[in-house]
Design a protein around this ligand. Structure first.
Ligand SMILES: Cc1cc2nc3c(=O)[nH]c(=O)nc-3n(C[C@H](O)[C@H](O)[C@H](O)COP(=O)(O)OP(=O)(O)OC[C@H]3O[C@@H](n4cnc5c(N)ncnc54)[C@H](O)[C@@H]3O)c2cc1C
Length: 261
């Protein structure tokens, strides 16, 4: 894989600490939802910094999107979120990864479990799922600190509006359940760890094993699980899925540990 120049053509603020970067990469070979790329920044003195970022949207010609969350004292993330200007260039190499992917051809149902910025590759899967005319059930469990930290809040709000009334839902008041008769057969469960929005009946706190067992779709060879987030979160959630009866072979994980060089 070779490094390719990428121009920042647009940005979207996702939260106070995260921004989506829309990059134009002439000759981008395309990618599958869930894959990531490597980004390389070069200083005038030749110093390089490389980091991995998930592709946030399905392939769209030579345009790709990444969403970067600022990490405290981070060398690259703060620069990409706060400084890197439209019209500037960096280099990308990718796409990378062939296991943590979902395409409409994958078929079956999917449980997506995100911790913080781990929502990014899962958003690419959700977006691909929503574009495809398919009734594959999707269930997203998204753990996030506060309502202000939600990434893709507008899209999630759309899903909530399209959902059946939460009160009618047998799997919990705080879960927005998609209509099984519609293409928007996507369920959404938001777990706020620090501050919940007013009226949320779930007290703030980390996702528990019980919630994961109760809210993930029932274990089956037709249910694939995708877990992404900080390493400790991924290990906890994957372990909870196994305890709930999901076969390890059906659980795909992506750890957002530190990358670099
Ligand atoms: C496959 C993969 C995909 C990724 N996708 C995304 C993505 O879509 N969006 C995104 O925002 N990030 C993503 N990351 C994380 C990203 O690669 C960087 O690690 C992150 O942006 C921090 O880089 P930095 O240069 O700002 O921090 P650094 O200067 O490398 O580190 C600064 C400090 O923060 C700690 N730190 C570094 N990275 C993390 C982290 N991820 N979580 C917690 N603490 C950390 C370090 O230990 C250090 O103490 C992904 C990582 C991997 C491996």
């Amino acid at each position: 894989m070779r490094w390719q120049p990428a121009e920042l053509v647009a940005t979207r603020t996702e939260s106070a600490s995260a921004r989506t970067l829309v990059l134009r990469v002439p000759g981008w070979p395309g990618h599958r939802p869930g894959q990531h790329l490597d980004v390389r920044l070069t200083a005038p003195d030749g110093y390089h910094a490389e980091r991995s970022y998930s592709l946030a949207a399905p392939a769209d010609g030579d345009h790709i999107e990444i969403t970067v969350q600022r990490v405290r004292d981070g060398e690259v993330s703060g620069y990409l979120v706060d400084v890197f200007p439209v019209g500037a260039f960096l280099e990308v190499r990718g796409p990378v990864g062939g296991w943590f992917v979902w395409t409409p051809e994958t078929g079956g149902a999917a449980v997506l479990i995100a911790g913080g910025s781990g929502i990014v590759p899962l958003a690419a899967m959700l977006r691909a799922r929503r574009k495809a005319v398919t009734a594959n059930p999707f269930r997203l469990l998204y753990s996030v600190r506060t309502p202000e930290d939600l990434l893709y809040a507008d899209e999630l709000a759309e899903l909530r509006r399209a959902a059946l009334t939460p009160a009618a839902d047998p799997i919990g008041e705080v879960c927005y359940r998609g209509d099984p008769e519609s293409d928007e057969n996507i369920d959404l469960f938001l777990a706020y760890t620090r501050t919940a929005p007013p009226g949320d009946p779930r007290p703030p706190g980390r996702l528990t094993r019980t919630e994961i067992a109760r809210l993930a779709l029932p274990p089956s060879p037709a249910v694939a699980c995708y877990v992404c987030g900080p390493t400790a979160f991924v290990e906890f959630a994957a372990d909870a899925l196994v305890s709930a009866g999901h076969a390890p072979a059906m659980i795909r994980t992506e750890r957002f540990g530190p990358t670099g060089g």
